[in-house]
Design a protein around this ligand. Sequence first.
Ligand code: ADE
Length: 350
Amino acid sequence: MKKIPSEIVPLLLDWYKKSKRDLPWRKTSDPYCIWLSEIMLQQTRVEAVKPYYKRFLEACPNVDALAKIPEEGLFKLWEGLGYYSRARNLQKAAKIIQSEYGGVFPNEYETLRRLPGIGDYTAGAVSSIAFGERVPAVDGNVLRVVARLTGTDADIALPETKKAFRKELLPLIPKEAGDFNQSLIELGATVCLPNGEPNCNACPLAPLCRAYQEEKTGEIPKRSKKKPRRIEERTVLIIEDGERTALGKRPDKGLLAGLFELPNAEGHLNENELLAFVRSLGFEPLQWKRLDDAKHIFTHVEWRMIAYSVRVSPEFDEAHGDGRYFLVDNEILHRDYAIPSAFSAYTKYL
Ligand code: ADE
Protein backbone atom coordinates (compact mmCIF):
# COMPACT_ATOMS: atom_id res chain seq x y z
CA MET A 1 0.00 0.00 0.00
CA LYS A 2 1.16 3.54 -0.81
CA LYS A 3 2.07 5.80 2.12
CA ILE A 4 -0.45 8.39 3.22
CA PRO A 5 1.16 11.81 2.64
CA SER A 6 1.52 13.81 5.86
CA GLU A 7 0.42 16.96 3.98
CA ILE A 8 -3.16 15.80 4.47
CA VAL A 9 -3.06 16.80 8.15
CA PRO A 10 -3.14 20.61 7.89
CA LEU A 11 -5.39 20.42 4.82
CA LEU A 12 -7.94 18.29 6.66
CA LEU A 13 -7.85 20.29 9.90
CA ASP A 14 -8.33 23.52 8.00
CA TRP A 15 -11.15 22.11 5.88
CA TYR A 16 -12.87 20.62 8.94
CA LYS A 17 -12.80 23.93 10.79
CA LYS A 18 -14.55 25.62 7.88
CA SER A 19 -16.85 22.87 6.64
CA LYS A 20 -17.93 20.69 9.54
CA ARG A 21 -21.60 20.22 10.10
CA ASP A 22 -23.12 21.67 13.21
CA LEU A 23 -24.07 18.47 15.06
CA PRO A 24 -25.30 18.17 18.66
CA TRP A 25 -22.53 15.79 19.74
CA ARG A 26 -19.92 18.24 18.50
CA LYS A 27 -20.96 20.78 21.11
CA THR A 28 -19.88 18.64 24.06
CA SER A 29 -16.72 17.15 25.48
CA ASP A 30 -18.62 14.77 27.78
CA PRO A 31 -17.31 11.29 26.90
CA TYR A 32 -20.67 9.74 27.81
CA CYS A 33 -22.46 11.86 25.18
CA ILE A 34 -19.76 11.22 22.58
CA TRP A 35 -19.90 7.50 23.24
CA LEU A 36 -23.69 7.49 22.91
CA SER A 37 -23.53 9.39 19.62
CA GLU A 38 -20.92 7.05 18.17
CA ILE A 39 -22.98 3.97 19.07
CA MET A 40 -26.14 5.49 17.59
CA LEU A 41 -24.27 6.56 14.42
CA GLN A 42 -22.87 3.08 13.79
CA GLN A 43 -25.73 1.82 11.64
CA THR A 44 -27.90 4.89 11.42
CA ARG A 45 -27.87 8.14 9.41
CA VAL A 46 -26.97 11.42 11.11
CA GLU A 47 -30.42 12.97 10.50
CA ALA A 48 -32.19 9.93 11.96
CA VAL A 49 -29.92 9.91 15.03
CA LYS A 50 -30.46 13.56 16.04
CA PRO A 51 -33.91 13.26 17.71
CA TYR A 52 -33.00 9.94 19.36
CA TYR A 53 -29.80 11.39 20.75
CA LYS A 54 -31.65 14.32 22.31
CA ARG A 55 -34.44 12.22 23.79
CA PHE A 56 -32.03 9.60 25.12
CA LEU A 57 -29.93 12.18 26.93
CA GLU A 58 -33.04 13.74 28.46
CA ALA A 59 -34.03 10.34 29.87
CA CYS A 60 -30.50 9.10 30.67
CA PRO A 61 -28.20 12.10 31.09
CA ASN A 62 -25.26 10.12 32.49
CA VAL A 63 -23.74 6.68 33.01
CA ASP A 64 -25.53 6.25 36.35
CA ALA A 65 -28.98 6.86 34.82
CA LEU A 66 -28.21 4.51 31.93
CA ALA A 67 -27.05 1.76 34.30
CA LYS A 68 -30.31 2.05 36.25
CA ILE A 69 -33.00 2.40 33.58
CA PRO A 70 -35.24 -0.71 33.31
CA GLU A 71 -34.68 -2.62 30.07
CA GLU A 72 -38.18 -1.92 28.69
CA GLY A 73 -37.59 1.82 29.15
CA LEU A 74 -34.23 1.54 27.43
CA PHE A 75 -35.76 -0.27 24.45
CA LYS A 76 -38.57 2.27 24.25
CA LEU A 77 -35.91 4.99 23.86
CA TRP A 78 -34.27 2.89 21.14
CA GLU A 79 -37.52 1.98 19.35
CA GLY A 80 -37.09 2.58 15.61
CA LEU A 81 -33.28 2.76 15.64
CA GLY A 82 -32.89 -0.99 15.18
CA TYR A 83 -29.99 -3.23 16.20
CA TYR A 84 -31.15 -3.35 19.81
CA SER A 85 -27.98 -5.17 20.87
CA ARG A 86 -26.40 -1.72 20.69
CA ALA A 87 -28.73 -0.53 23.47
CA ARG A 88 -28.17 -3.67 25.50
CA ASN A 89 -24.39 -3.31 25.23
CA LEU A 90 -24.58 0.38 26.17
CA GLN A 91 -26.27 -0.57 29.40
CA LYS A 92 -23.90 -3.48 30.07
CA ALA A 93 -20.96 -1.11 29.63
CA ALA A 94 -22.61 1.51 31.88
CA LYS A 95 -22.99 -1.10 34.62
CA ILE A 96 -19.33 -2.08 34.30
CA ILE A 97 -18.29 1.58 34.47
CA GLN A 98 -20.32 1.85 37.68
CA SER A 99 -19.07 -1.34 39.29
CA GLU A 100 -15.45 -1.46 38.13
CA TYR A 101 -14.48 2.16 37.48
CA GLY A 102 -16.37 3.85 40.31
CA GLY A 103 -18.69 5.55 37.80
CA VAL A 104 -15.79 7.42 36.16
CA PHE A 105 -15.77 7.14 32.39
CA PRO A 106 -12.57 5.34 31.25
CA ASN A 107 -10.31 7.83 29.51
CA GLU A 108 -8.09 5.58 27.41
CA TYR A 109 -8.45 3.59 24.22
CA GLU A 110 -7.25 0.33 25.77
CA THR A 111 -9.75 0.41 28.63
CA LEU A 112 -12.64 1.51 26.43
CA ARG A 113 -11.86 -1.24 23.94
CA ARG A 114 -12.62 -3.87 26.60
CA LEU A 115 -16.19 -2.67 27.23
CA PRO A 116 -19.15 -4.44 25.58
CA GLY A 117 -20.14 -2.99 22.21
CA ILE A 118 -16.91 -1.00 21.85
CA GLY A 119 -14.60 -2.09 19.04
CA ASP A 120 -11.49 -0.48 17.57
CA TYR A 121 -13.47 2.21 15.80
CA THR A 122 -15.61 3.32 18.74
CA ALA A 123 -12.72 3.17 21.23
CA GLY A 124 -10.66 5.30 18.81
CA ALA A 125 -13.46 7.79 18.19
CA VAL A 126 -14.35 8.30 21.87
CA SER A 127 -10.79 8.46 23.19
CA SER A 128 -9.65 10.86 20.46
CA ILE A 129 -12.73 13.12 20.47
CA ALA A 130 -13.29 13.24 24.24
CA PHE A 131 -9.72 12.89 25.52
CA GLY A 132 -7.47 13.87 22.61
CA GLU A 133 -5.74 10.50 22.56
CA ARG A 134 -3.71 10.06 19.37
CA VAL A 135 -5.35 6.88 18.04
CA PRO A 136 -7.07 6.29 14.69
CA ALA A 137 -10.82 5.80 14.23
CA VAL A 138 -11.41 3.96 10.97
CA ASP A 139 -15.05 3.52 10.04
CA GLY A 140 -16.57 2.91 6.58
CA ASN A 141 -16.14 6.58 5.65
CA VAL A 142 -12.47 6.59 6.53
CA LEU A 143 -11.85 3.32 4.68
CA ARG A 144 -13.22 4.94 1.52
CA VAL A 145 -11.25 8.17 1.91
CA VAL A 146 -7.96 6.42 2.59
CA ALA A 147 -8.48 3.86 -0.19
CA ARG A 148 -9.07 6.62 -2.76
CA LEU A 149 -6.33 8.85 -1.41
CA THR A 150 -3.72 6.11 -1.67
CA GLY A 151 -5.23 4.57 -4.82
CA THR A 152 -5.02 1.12 -3.27
CA ASP A 153 -6.87 -1.81 -4.78
CA ALA A 154 -7.01 -3.53 -1.38
CA ASP A 155 -10.43 -4.94 -0.50
CA ILE A 156 -11.92 -2.69 2.20
CA ALA A 157 -14.22 -5.51 3.35
CA LEU A 158 -11.18 -7.35 4.74
CA PRO A 159 -10.08 -6.81 8.35
CA GLU A 160 -6.41 -6.69 7.28
CA THR A 161 -7.14 -3.65 5.10
CA LYS A 162 -8.58 -1.79 8.06
CA LYS A 163 -5.59 -2.84 10.13
CA ALA A 164 -3.17 -1.56 7.48
CA PHE A 165 -5.00 1.79 7.26
CA ARG A 166 -4.92 2.17 11.06
CA LYS A 167 -1.18 1.52 11.03
CA GLU A 168 -0.60 4.07 8.25
CA LEU A 169 -2.70 6.72 9.97
CA LEU A 170 -1.27 6.30 13.48
CA PRO A 171 2.01 8.26 13.06
CA LEU A 172 0.18 11.10 11.27
CA ILE A 173 -2.33 11.86 14.01
CA PRO A 174 -1.77 15.38 15.32
CA LYS A 175 -2.50 16.65 18.81
CA GLU A 176 -5.94 17.68 17.52
CA ALA A 177 -6.68 13.96 17.30
CA GLY A 178 -10.45 14.24 17.64
CA ASP A 179 -10.76 16.89 14.95
CA PHE A 180 -8.43 14.96 12.66
CA ASN A 181 -10.42 11.73 12.99
CA GLN A 182 -13.69 13.56 12.57
CA SER A 183 -12.36 15.40 9.52
CA LEU A 184 -11.76 12.07 7.79
CA ILE A 185 -15.21 10.81 8.80
CA GLU A 186 -16.78 14.09 7.70
CA LEU A 187 -15.01 14.10 4.36
CA GLY A 188 -16.24 10.55 3.69
CA ALA A 189 -19.79 11.43 4.76
CA THR A 190 -20.16 14.70 2.84
CA VAL A 191 -17.63 14.85 -0.03
CA CYS A 192 -15.88 11.55 -0.74
CA LEU A 193 -19.21 9.82 -1.27
CA PRO A 194 -19.72 6.13 -2.03
CA ASN A 195 -21.03 4.85 -5.36
CA GLY A 196 -21.69 7.36 -8.14
CA GLU A 197 -19.96 10.66 -7.91
CA PRO A 198 -17.72 11.86 -5.14
CA ASN A 199 -17.60 15.64 -5.13
CA CYS A 200 -13.87 15.95 -5.89
CA ASN A 201 -14.18 19.65 -6.73
CA ALA A 202 -14.95 20.35 -3.09
CA CYS A 203 -12.26 18.05 -1.70
CA PRO A 204 -9.23 19.52 0.07
CA LEU A 205 -7.29 16.33 -0.67
CA ALA A 206 -7.91 16.26 -4.44
CA PRO A 207 -4.36 17.47 -5.30
CA LEU A 208 -2.95 14.53 -3.31
CA CYS A 209 -5.53 11.91 -4.25
CA ARG A 210 -4.35 9.03 -6.46
CA ALA A 211 -7.85 7.81 -7.35
CA TYR A 212 -8.77 11.34 -8.46
CA GLN A 213 -5.62 11.80 -10.51
CA GLU A 214 -5.92 8.38 -12.11
CA GLU A 215 -9.67 8.81 -12.65
CA LYS A 216 -10.39 5.73 -10.61
CA THR A 217 -12.87 7.07 -8.06
CA GLY A 218 -15.52 4.80 -9.62
CA GLU A 219 -13.46 1.64 -9.07
CA ILE A 220 -11.95 2.51 -5.70
CA PRO A 221 -12.66 1.50 -3.00
CA LYS A 222 -12.77 -2.12 -3.98
CA ARG A 223 -15.12 -4.13 -1.82
CA SER A 224 -15.79 -7.85 -2.11
CA LYS A 225 -19.41 -8.90 -2.18
CA LYS A 226 -20.99 -9.95 1.08
CA LYS A 227 -22.73 -13.29 1.34
CA PRO A 228 -26.30 -12.88 0.00
CA ARG A 229 -28.99 -12.64 2.67
CA ARG A 230 -31.17 -15.62 3.47
CA ILE A 231 -34.77 -14.93 2.42
CA GLU A 232 -37.42 -15.93 4.95
CA GLU A 233 -41.16 -15.91 4.34
CA ARG A 234 -43.21 -14.95 7.38
CA THR A 235 -46.82 -14.28 8.23
CA VAL A 236 -47.38 -11.50 10.74
CA LEU A 237 -50.62 -11.18 12.69
CA ILE A 238 -52.35 -8.36 14.42
CA ILE A 239 -54.55 -10.24 16.83
CA GLU A 240 -56.86 -7.98 18.79
CA ASP A 241 -60.07 -8.27 20.75
CA GLY A 242 -61.18 -4.64 20.47
CA GLU A 243 -59.24 -3.39 23.50
CA ARG A 244 -56.13 -5.48 23.63
CA THR A 245 -53.48 -6.69 21.17
CA ALA A 246 -51.42 -9.87 21.29
CA LEU A 247 -47.68 -9.54 21.78
CA GLY A 248 -44.96 -12.06 22.42
CA LYS A 249 -41.41 -11.98 23.73
CA ARG A 250 -38.77 -13.44 21.46
CA PRO A 251 -36.28 -16.03 22.70
CA ASP A 252 -33.15 -14.77 24.45
CA LYS A 253 -30.91 -15.87 21.59
CA GLY A 254 -30.89 -15.14 17.88
CA LEU A 255 -32.60 -12.53 15.73
CA LEU A 256 -34.28 -9.73 17.76
CA ALA A 257 -33.31 -11.60 20.93
CA GLY A 258 -35.47 -10.86 23.95
CA LEU A 259 -37.54 -8.19 22.21
CA PHE A 260 -41.31 -7.96 21.93
CA GLU A 261 -42.97 -9.01 18.69
CA LEU A 262 -46.28 -9.31 16.94
CA PRO A 263 -47.40 -12.93 16.59
CA ASN A 264 -45.84 -14.41 13.49
CA ALA A 265 -45.26 -17.73 11.83
CA GLU A 266 -42.82 -19.13 9.34
CA GLY A 267 -44.06 -19.28 5.74
CA HIS A 268 -46.93 -17.52 4.02
CA LEU A 269 -50.09 -18.93 5.61
CA ASN A 270 -53.30 -19.27 3.61
CA GLU A 271 -56.62 -18.60 5.38
CA ASN A 272 -57.05 -22.15 6.66
CA GLU A 273 -53.51 -22.24 7.98
CA LEU A 274 -54.03 -18.81 9.49
CA LEU A 275 -57.12 -19.89 11.43
CA ALA A 276 -55.44 -23.07 12.64
CA PHE A 277 -52.42 -21.07 13.80
CA VAL A 278 -54.53 -18.46 15.61
CA ARG A 279 -56.50 -21.22 17.39
CA SER A 280 -53.28 -23.01 18.34
CA LEU A 281 -52.28 -19.88 20.23
CA GLY A 282 -55.46 -20.03 22.31
CA PHE A 283 -57.53 -17.42 20.44
CA GLU A 284 -60.92 -17.78 18.78
CA PRO A 285 -60.95 -15.88 15.46
CA LEU A 286 -64.12 -13.91 14.66
CA GLN A 287 -63.07 -11.85 11.60
CA TRP A 288 -59.91 -11.49 9.60
CA LYS A 289 -58.52 -9.41 6.79
CA ARG A 290 -55.36 -9.51 4.71
CA LEU A 291 -53.04 -6.49 5.11
CA ASP A 292 -50.38 -5.20 2.72
CA ASP A 293 -47.22 -7.20 2.16
CA ALA A 294 -43.93 -5.83 3.49
CA LYS A 295 -40.29 -6.70 3.76
CA HIS A 296 -37.59 -6.01 6.28
CA ILE A 297 -33.86 -6.31 5.76
CA PHE A 298 -31.69 -7.48 8.65
CA THR A 299 -27.93 -7.90 8.42
CA HIS A 300 -28.03 -11.55 7.34
CA VAL A 301 -31.71 -12.25 6.73
CA GLU A 302 -34.53 -10.67 4.79
CA TRP A 303 -38.13 -11.16 5.90
CA ARG A 304 -40.78 -11.23 3.15
CA MET A 305 -43.96 -10.71 5.08
CA ILE A 306 -47.63 -11.16 4.43
CA ALA A 307 -49.99 -10.13 7.20
CA TYR A 308 -53.50 -10.48 8.55
CA SER A 309 -55.45 -8.49 11.04
CA VAL A 310 -57.55 -10.90 13.13
CA ARG A 311 -60.36 -9.91 15.46
CA VAL A 312 -60.67 -12.51 18.19
CA SER A 313 -63.12 -13.23 20.96
CA PRO A 314 -62.20 -11.49 24.26
CA GLU A 315 -62.09 -14.89 25.94
CA PHE A 316 -58.46 -15.81 25.56
CA ASP A 317 -57.66 -19.37 26.51
CA GLU A 318 -54.13 -18.92 27.71
CA ALA A 319 -54.03 -22.49 29.04
CA HIS A 320 -54.79 -23.87 25.61
CA GLY A 321 -52.35 -21.67 23.81
CA ASP A 322 -48.65 -22.37 23.64
CA GLY A 323 -47.90 -19.55 26.09
CA ARG A 324 -45.85 -17.53 23.65
CA TYR A 325 -48.27 -14.65 23.38
CA PHE A 326 -50.22 -12.46 25.79
CA LEU A 327 -52.72 -9.63 25.42
CA VAL A 328 -51.75 -6.05 26.21
CA ASP A 329 -54.14 -3.15 26.65
CA ASN A 330 -53.71 -0.94 23.55
CA GLU A 331 -52.98 2.22 25.50
CA ILE A 332 -50.29 0.53 27.59
CA LEU A 333 -48.84 -1.06 24.47
CA HIS A 334 -48.24 2.34 22.89
CA ARG A 335 -46.81 3.82 26.06
CA ASP A 336 -44.55 1.07 27.36
CA TYR A 337 -43.73 -1.50 24.70
CA ALA A 338 -41.07 -1.09 22.03
CA ILE A 339 -41.86 -3.05 18.88
CA PRO A 340 -38.84 -3.61 16.61
CA SER A 341 -38.79 -1.79 13.25
CA ALA A 342 -39.07 -5.13 11.43
CA PHE A 343 -42.81 -4.81 12.19
CA SER A 344 -43.10 -1.11 11.37
CA ALA A 345 -45.29 -1.74 8.29
CA TYR A 346 -47.90 -3.09 10.72
CA THR A 347 -47.56 -1.02 13.88
CA LYS A 348 -49.72 1.67 12.23
CA TYR A 349 -52.67 -0.69 12.69
CA LEU A 350 -52.17 -0.90 16.46
N1 ADE B 1 -20.32 9.05 12.00
C1 ADE B 1 -19.62 8.42 12.94
N2 ADE B 1 -19.13 9.27 13.84
C2 ADE B 1 -19.53 10.49 13.46
C3 ADE B 1 -19.36 11.78 13.99
N3 ADE B 1 -18.67 11.96 15.11
N4 ADE B 1 -19.92 12.80 13.33
C4 ADE B 1 -20.62 12.59 12.21
N5 ADE B 1 -20.82 11.41 11.67
C5 ADE B 1 -20.29 10.35 12.28
